[in-house]
Design a binder for this molecule. Structure first.
Ligand SMILES: [Ca+2]
Length: 199
């Protein structure tokens, strides 16, 4: 990975090793006529691993949100799990790493999800309403505009951006859901805030 100032480094490709196992098992079973007993044990092991990984993946897909995450969708088959992480304040980069440690990332608050989150903060958690939260948007130097952590372009304009935002030039490369107005603001890069993670 080159030393880039962009925020859109992808997450580690966690399925790579699984695919390797599946490919090895398929290749080995196709040649079973000429294999030795030792080879057959290896094949059995590879198949067992592949099956185990497959069952594990199938079990994870329909699961509800993990502990600490709130489901923000009305469709239970495709939960949108958000965590309002108030363990401690930090920079955008620090909080992104924190979210990733939970297997999540900073939240992508597009469209209706943005509205749901603002409503949630205002209506249910009064102690949250004084706080600003880093979300998964940043200025990508190569592209010359703001992007989400999944690489998609952020929509500009009000809402969700505050009427005079973004305003900070390249001293403000990261996006927060900002108190007290709860619109998007680009903020100073060393600002210490809580974060919203999305699983
Ligand atoms: Ca700003």
């Amino acid at each position: 990975m080159p030393h880039s100032h962009s925020c859109i480094h992808p997450k580690a490709p966690v399925t790579l090793q699984t695919e390797g196992w599946a490919a090895s098992a398929e290749h080995s079973t196709a040649q079973h006529d000429t294999t030795t007993a030792a080879d057959m044990k290896l094949v059995a092991l590879l198949i067992a691993l592949t099956v185990a990984v497959g069952i594990d993946a199938a079990a994870v897909t329909p699961a509800p949100c993990p502990d600490g995450f709130v489901d923000f969708t009305t469709d239970p088959s495709t939960p949108v799990c958000l965590m309002f992480a108030m363990y401690g304040k930090g920079t955008w980069e620090y909080q992104r790493a924190m979210c990733q440690a939970f297997g999540a990332d900073l939240a992508i608050l597009e469209g209706n999800l943005y509205e749901q989150v603002v409503e949630y903060i205002n209506d249910q958690y009064l102690d949250m309403a004084d706080e600003s939260f880093w979300i998964g948007g940043c200025y990508a130097a190569q592209e010359g505009h703001f992007v989400w952590v999944d690489g998609t372009d952020m929509l500009m304009g009000t809402p969700p951006w505050y009427i005079t935002e973004p305003s900070g030039g390249r001293a403000q490369n990261y996006v927060a859901l900002y108190s007290p107005d709860f619109y998007f603001h680009d903020l100073n890069n060393d600002k210490q805030l809580y974060a919203i993670c999305e699983f």
